[in-house]
Design a protein. Structure first.
Length: 265
Protein backbone atom coordinates (compact mmCIF):
# COMPACT_ATOMS: atom_id res chain seq x y z
CA UNK A 1 0.00 0.00 0.00
CA UNK A 2 1.19 3.52 -0.79
CA UNK A 3 2.29 5.40 2.32
CA UNK A 4 0.36 8.66 2.62
CA UNK A 5 2.14 10.13 5.64
CA UNK A 6 5.33 12.14 5.34
CA UNK A 7 8.56 10.41 6.32
CA UNK A 8 11.17 13.15 6.15
CA UNK A 9 13.94 10.73 7.15
CA UNK A 10 13.59 9.02 3.75
CA UNK A 11 13.18 12.18 1.68
CA UNK A 12 15.80 14.33 -0.01
CA UNK A 13 14.32 17.52 1.43
CA UNK A 14 12.20 17.96 -1.68
CA UNK A 15 9.70 20.42 -0.21
CA UNK A 16 12.68 22.51 0.96
CA UNK A 17 14.11 22.69 -2.55
CA UNK A 18 11.49 22.09 -5.22
CA UNK A 19 8.90 24.57 -3.97
CA UNK A 20 9.16 28.38 -4.09
CA UNK A 21 8.05 30.75 -1.35
CA UNK A 22 7.81 34.50 -0.95
CA UNK A 23 8.67 36.67 2.04
CA UNK A 24 5.43 37.05 3.96
CA UNK A 25 3.77 36.21 7.24
CA UNK A 26 4.43 32.56 6.35
CA UNK A 27 8.06 32.78 5.25
CA UNK A 28 10.87 35.02 6.40
CA UNK A 29 12.60 35.21 3.00
CA UNK A 30 12.09 34.72 -0.72
CA UNK A 31 13.14 31.41 -2.29
CA UNK A 32 12.96 30.34 -5.93
CA UNK A 33 11.74 26.91 -7.02
CA UNK A 34 14.66 24.51 -7.32
CA UNK A 35 16.84 26.46 -4.92
CA UNK A 36 17.63 24.78 -1.58
CA UNK A 37 16.37 26.60 1.49
CA UNK A 38 19.24 28.10 3.47
CA UNK A 39 18.10 26.04 6.47
CA UNK A 40 18.43 22.70 4.67
CA UNK A 41 21.27 20.64 6.12
CA UNK A 42 23.59 18.33 4.21
CA UNK A 43 21.68 15.32 5.58
CA UNK A 44 18.44 16.81 4.13
CA UNK A 45 17.10 17.69 7.58
CA UNK A 46 15.94 21.16 8.59
CA UNK A 47 18.34 23.14 10.72
CA UNK A 48 15.55 25.03 12.48
CA UNK A 49 12.86 22.35 12.50
CA UNK A 50 12.17 22.73 16.23
CA UNK A 51 11.79 26.51 15.97
CA UNK A 52 10.31 27.13 12.53
CA UNK A 53 7.44 29.31 13.71
CA UNK A 54 9.65 31.43 15.97
CA UNK A 55 12.11 31.85 13.09
CA UNK A 56 9.50 33.26 10.71
CA UNK A 57 8.64 30.06 8.82
CA UNK A 58 5.14 29.06 10.02
CA UNK A 59 4.31 28.12 6.43
CA UNK A 60 6.62 25.13 6.73
CA UNK A 61 4.66 23.82 9.71
CA UNK A 62 1.45 23.89 7.69
CA UNK A 63 2.71 22.01 4.64
CA UNK A 64 2.30 18.26 4.26
CA UNK A 65 3.34 16.18 1.24
CA UNK A 66 1.10 13.15 1.93
CA UNK A 67 4.17 10.94 1.66
CA UNK A 68 5.13 12.14 -1.82
CA UNK A 69 8.60 13.20 -0.67
CA UNK A 70 9.84 9.77 0.30
CA UNK A 71 8.01 8.15 -2.62
CA UNK A 72 9.76 10.32 -5.20
CA UNK A 73 13.09 10.04 -3.38
CA UNK A 74 13.14 6.31 -2.77
CA UNK A 75 10.86 4.82 -5.42
CA UNK A 76 10.64 7.13 -8.43
CA UNK A 77 14.36 7.95 -8.33
CA UNK A 78 15.55 4.80 -6.61
CA UNK A 79 17.22 6.41 -3.62
CA UNK A 80 19.62 8.60 -5.61
CA UNK A 81 19.43 12.23 -4.48
CA UNK A 82 19.54 15.38 -6.54
CA UNK A 83 22.87 16.18 -4.91
CA UNK A 84 24.38 12.86 -5.99
CA UNK A 85 22.91 13.10 -9.49
CA UNK A 86 22.48 16.81 -10.30
CA UNK A 87 21.28 15.98 -13.83
CA UNK A 88 18.10 14.51 -12.35
CA UNK A 89 17.30 17.48 -10.15
CA UNK A 90 14.99 19.40 -12.48
CA UNK A 91 12.91 16.35 -13.26
CA UNK A 92 12.80 15.28 -9.62
CA UNK A 93 11.56 18.70 -8.58
CA UNK A 94 8.95 18.72 -11.37
CA UNK A 95 7.67 15.24 -10.51
CA UNK A 96 7.38 15.90 -6.78
CA UNK A 97 4.24 18.13 -6.91
CA UNK A 98 2.61 15.72 -9.37
CA UNK A 99 3.02 12.80 -6.98
CA UNK A 100 1.94 15.00 -4.10
CA UNK A 101 -1.38 15.69 -5.84
CA UNK A 102 -1.85 12.00 -6.61
CA UNK A 103 -1.17 11.08 -2.99
CA UNK A 104 -3.69 13.65 -1.82
CA UNK A 105 -6.31 12.01 -4.05
CA UNK A 106 -5.41 8.66 -2.52
CA UNK A 107 -5.82 10.14 0.96
CA UNK A 108 -9.42 11.11 0.17
CA UNK A 109 -10.17 7.76 -1.46
CA UNK A 110 -8.72 5.79 1.45
CA UNK A 111 -10.80 7.81 3.89
CA UNK A 112 -13.95 7.29 1.81
CA UNK A 113 -13.33 3.55 1.90
CA UNK A 114 -13.57 3.61 5.70
CA UNK A 115 -17.04 5.18 5.65
CA UNK A 116 -19.79 2.59 6.00
CA UNK A 117 -22.43 5.04 4.82
CA UNK A 118 -20.74 5.11 1.42
CA UNK A 119 -20.50 1.35 1.02
CA UNK A 120 -22.34 1.41 -2.32
CA UNK A 121 -19.54 3.53 -3.81
CA UNK A 122 -16.68 1.41 -2.44
CA UNK A 123 -16.20 -0.81 -5.53
CA UNK A 124 -15.64 2.19 -7.79
CA UNK A 125 -13.48 3.87 -5.17
CA UNK A 126 -11.27 0.79 -5.03
CA UNK A 127 -10.94 0.87 -8.81
CA UNK A 128 -9.91 4.51 -8.74
CA UNK A 129 -7.47 3.79 -5.93
CA UNK A 130 -5.78 1.17 -8.11
CA UNK A 131 -5.67 3.53 -11.09
CA UNK A 132 -4.12 6.40 -9.12
CA UNK A 133 -1.70 4.10 -7.30
CA UNK A 134 -0.47 2.78 -10.65
CA UNK A 135 0.11 6.37 -11.78
CA UNK A 136 2.38 7.05 -8.79
CA UNK A 137 4.56 4.12 -9.88
CA UNK A 138 5.22 5.51 -13.36
CA UNK A 139 8.70 6.46 -14.50
CA UNK A 140 9.62 10.16 -14.19
CA UNK A 141 9.03 10.92 -17.88
CA UNK A 142 5.50 9.51 -17.73
CA UNK A 143 4.73 11.18 -14.41
CA UNK A 144 5.58 14.57 -15.85
CA UNK A 145 2.92 14.05 -18.53
CA UNK A 146 0.20 12.84 -16.16
CA UNK A 147 -3.08 14.73 -16.46
CA UNK A 148 -3.78 14.99 -12.74
CA UNK A 149 -6.78 17.27 -13.29
CA UNK A 150 -8.58 14.63 -15.33
CA UNK A 151 -8.08 11.98 -12.67
CA UNK A 152 -9.07 14.42 -9.94
CA UNK A 153 -12.36 15.05 -11.72
CA UNK A 154 -13.13 11.33 -11.89
CA UNK A 155 -12.37 10.89 -8.21
CA UNK A 156 -14.30 14.02 -7.27
CA UNK A 157 -17.53 12.65 -8.75
CA UNK A 158 -17.23 9.74 -6.34
CA UNK A 159 -16.30 11.92 -3.38
CA UNK A 160 -19.37 14.08 -3.97
CA UNK A 161 -21.54 10.98 -3.81
CA UNK A 162 -19.76 9.85 -0.64
CA UNK A 163 -20.42 13.26 0.91
CA UNK A 164 -24.12 13.04 0.09
CA UNK A 165 -24.44 9.59 1.61
CA UNK A 166 -22.58 10.47 4.81
CA UNK A 167 -24.36 13.77 5.40
CA UNK A 168 -27.76 12.24 4.64
CA UNK A 169 -27.49 10.30 7.90
CA UNK A 170 -27.54 13.52 9.90
CA UNK A 171 -31.07 14.35 10.96
CA UNK A 172 -32.59 17.70 10.07
CA UNK A 173 -31.79 20.25 7.42
CA UNK A 174 -28.09 20.46 6.61
CA UNK A 175 -26.45 23.78 5.78
CA UNK A 176 -25.01 23.96 2.26
CA UNK A 177 -22.23 26.54 2.22
CA UNK A 178 -20.15 25.10 -0.59
CA UNK A 179 -17.61 27.70 -1.75
CA UNK A 180 -19.14 30.31 0.57
CA UNK A 181 -17.24 33.38 1.69
CA UNK A 182 -17.17 32.92 5.45
CA UNK A 183 -13.98 34.81 6.12
CA UNK A 184 -14.04 36.10 9.68
CA UNK A 185 -17.54 34.69 10.19
CA UNK A 186 -18.86 34.45 13.74
CA UNK A 187 -19.77 30.80 14.04
CA UNK A 188 -19.12 30.28 17.73
CA UNK A 189 -21.02 27.22 18.99
CA UNK A 190 -22.68 26.84 15.59
CA UNK A 191 -24.45 23.59 14.78
CA UNK A 192 -22.73 22.60 11.54
CA UNK A 193 -23.40 18.88 11.70
CA UNK A 194 -23.56 17.47 8.20
CA UNK A 195 -22.88 20.87 6.64
CA UNK A 196 -21.53 21.11 3.12
CA UNK A 197 -18.43 23.31 3.46
CA UNK A 198 -16.54 22.19 0.37
CA UNK A 199 -14.17 24.92 -0.73
CA UNK A 200 -15.62 27.39 1.78
CA UNK A 201 -13.45 30.35 2.77
CA UNK A 202 -13.27 30.09 6.54
CA UNK A 203 -10.15 32.21 6.95
CA UNK A 204 -10.01 33.63 10.49
CA UNK A 205 -13.57 32.43 11.16
CA UNK A 206 -14.58 31.99 14.79
CA UNK A 207 -15.56 28.32 15.05
CA UNK A 208 -15.02 28.13 18.79
CA UNK A 209 -17.13 25.31 20.18
CA UNK A 210 -18.73 24.61 16.80
CA UNK A 211 -20.14 21.15 16.08
CA UNK A 212 -18.66 20.00 12.76
CA UNK A 213 -19.42 16.32 13.04
CA UNK A 214 -20.13 14.75 9.62
CA UNK A 215 -19.44 18.07 7.88
CA UNK A 216 -17.73 17.92 4.47
CA UNK A 217 -14.57 20.04 4.69
CA UNK A 218 -12.82 19.09 1.48
CA UNK A 219 -10.87 22.08 0.18
CA UNK A 220 -12.16 24.42 2.92
CA UNK A 221 -9.68 27.20 3.71
CA UNK A 222 -9.16 27.10 7.47
CA UNK A 223 -6.21 29.45 7.73
CA UNK A 224 -6.27 31.10 11.17
CA UNK A 225 -9.77 29.76 11.82
CA UNK A 226 -10.32 29.35 15.57
CA UNK A 227 -11.28 25.75 16.27
CA UNK A 228 -10.86 25.98 20.04
CA UNK A 229 -13.26 23.55 21.66
CA UNK A 230 -14.77 22.58 18.29
CA UNK A 231 -15.86 19.00 17.58
CA UNK A 232 -14.39 17.72 14.30
CA UNK A 233 -14.87 14.04 15.03
CA UNK A 234 -16.60 12.34 12.15
CA UNK A 235 -16.10 15.25 9.76
CA UNK A 236 -15.06 14.09 6.30
CA UNK A 237 -12.19 14.94 4.00
CA UNK A 238 -10.29 17.11 6.45
CA UNK A 239 -6.52 16.94 5.86
CA UNK A 240 -3.49 17.58 8.03
CA UNK A 241 -2.50 20.78 6.16
CA UNK A 242 -5.96 22.25 6.80
CA UNK A 243 -5.70 21.42 10.48
CA UNK A 244 -2.15 22.78 10.68
CA UNK A 245 -3.30 26.08 9.19
CA UNK A 246 -6.01 26.57 11.80
CA UNK A 247 -5.84 27.43 15.49
CA UNK A 248 -7.07 25.11 18.20
CA UNK A 249 -6.58 24.01 21.77
CA UNK A 250 -6.56 20.95 24.01
CA UNK A 251 -10.37 20.88 23.92
CA UNK A 252 -10.56 20.65 20.13
CA UNK A 253 -11.70 17.18 19.12
CA UNK A 254 -10.14 15.92 15.90
CA UNK A 255 -10.48 12.78 13.76
CA UNK A 256 -8.29 9.84 14.80
CA UNK A 257 -6.56 9.80 11.43
CA UNK A 258 -5.06 13.25 12.01
CA UNK A 259 -2.43 14.58 14.44
CA UNK A 260 -2.95 17.48 16.80
CA UNK A 261 -0.66 20.32 15.58
CA UNK A 262 2.26 20.95 17.92
CA UNK A 263 1.73 24.73 17.78
CA UNK A 264 -1.83 24.59 19.12
CA UNK A 265 -2.32 25.94 22.62
Amino acid sequence: MTTLRADCSNCFGLCCVALPFAASADFAVNKDAGKPCANLRTDFGCGIHDRLRDSGFPGCTVYDCFGAGQHVSQITFGGTSWRDAPATSRQMFDVFPVVRQLHELLWYVEEALTLSAAREVHPELRRQRDVVTDLTRLAPDALEKTDVAAHRQEVNVLLLRVSELVRARVKGRKKDRRGADLMGARLRNADLRGAGLRGAYLIAADLTGADLRSADLIGADLRDADLSGADLTGCIFLTQPQLNAARGDAATRIPDRLTRPAHWA
